[in-house]
Design a protein around this ligand. Structure first.
Ligand SMILES: Cc1ncc(C[n+]2csc(CCOP(=O)(O)OP(=O)(O)O)c2C)c(N)n1
Length: 321
């Protein structure tokens, strides 16, 4: 039996991600963070509940919308912010920005913006874990759009054929940039249904219900850890802000304001608050703790040096020039 969802801890994890992203969104218009930034505000339940039950040795991979996964897995906040500010002390030495987060000490191996690009890498890490007889599992997060890439299907097939310890986690927020699911995938088929094509157990749950995400992920992780091969999970959720950037985007017209409002009313953090978790006094204490942590982290990140221009070519493939 897996342990019951630790709701106060999950609340704290979601609130921390939310407050960090809000702070990034507030400062982004200053123009000092020069990288594109994809916010996960509204989607925090999935990173909190999935990463909240991983060991440090388990390896997490993500895509362009990766702050939540990095933070929930224990990625260093100052190094993440320094990366957004292009600093030498950034987690990718300031060369990558928001879409190239990494913290190997925390088991957050990679995020990259090529859709589905980290899915085969997660599968490769799982293959290597089996060769090394390590008990660590690979967990890869991706959006609904990534399931339309060949790399997703090749990875599902190979992982299933080799019974590799991989948890595939799809955060289905109903849009790929501005294209709704209805225009891109067959009506009536869930993403979780694709597991069947690969003889892979799959499950689907409300991605804004952190307890449901916890339970669903716990069952799947038990299978994956038990050597039964990979699982596919689909969580329905919703991004509140524009695809890329810190602003709301209802005015663009590709999604109705009523739809956005409906999902805002299903805020995963507010949902727990309504259930009395964690309680007013605890929440006030968390707010104070996170506010201090975030302010100090921004100050440390901004005080860090820029890379030396003479190193511009370092870490770049030399090519054939
Ligand atoms: C191979 C590839 N094709 C297209 C893009 C451009 N692109 C960036 S994000 C995105 C949509 C991603 O949608 P989804 O996977 O559902 O994730 P979400 O942004 O909704 O979290 C696209 C098409 C890309 N980065 N990589």
């Amino acid at each position: 039996m897996s342990r019951a969802a630790p709701l106060p801890e999950l609340f704290a994890s979601m609130l921390r991600i939310r407050r960090i992203e809000e702070a990034i969104a507030r400062r982004y218009p200053e123009g000092e963070m020069r990288c594109p930034v994809h916010f996960c505000i509204g989607q925090e339940a999935v990173p909190a509940a999935v990463c909240g039950q991983l060991a440090r040795a388990d390896r997490v991979f993500s895509g362009h919308r990766s702050h939540g996964h990095y933070l929930a897995k224990g990625g260093d906040l100052v190094a993440m912010l320094a990366e957004l500010y292009g600093r030498e002390t950034g987690c990718a030495r300031g060369r990558g920005g928001s879409q190239h987060l990494i913290d190997l000490d925390a088991g957050f191996v990679a995020s990259a913006p090529i859709l589905a690009g980290t899915i085969p890498i997660a599968v490769g890490a799982a293959l290597s874990a089996t060769w090394r007889r390590s008990r660590s599992v690979s967990v890869v997060f991706f959006g609904d759009g990534a399931t339309e890439e060949g790399a997703f299907h090749e990875s599902m097939n190979f992982a299933a054929a080799r019974r590799l310890p991989v948890l595939f986690v799809c955060e289905n927020n109903a849009y790929s940039v501005h294209s709704p699911m209805a225009g891109r995938q067959p009506a009536g088929r869930r993403i979780a249904d694709m597991g069947k094509a690969y003889a892979m157990p799959a499950a689907h749950a409300d991605g804004n219900d952190v307890a449901a995400v916890w339970r669903t992920a716990a069952e799947a992780l038990a299978r994956v850890r038990g050597g039964d091969g990979p699982c596919l999970l689909e969580f329905e959720t919703y991004r509140w802000l524009e695809h890329c950037g810190p602003n709301p985007d209802d005015a663009l017209g590709y999604r109705a304001s009523e739809e956005v409002d409906g999902w805002r009313a299903r805020c995963p953090i507010e949902r727990l608050r309504r259930e009395g978790v964690p309680g007013e006094a605890q929440e006030r204490a968390l707010e104070a703790k996170f506010a201090a942590e975030i302010e100090a982290a921004f100050a440390a990140a901004r005080a860090a040096p820029m890379p030396d221009p003479r190193d511009l070519g370092a870490f770049v493939h030399p090519g054939r020039g």
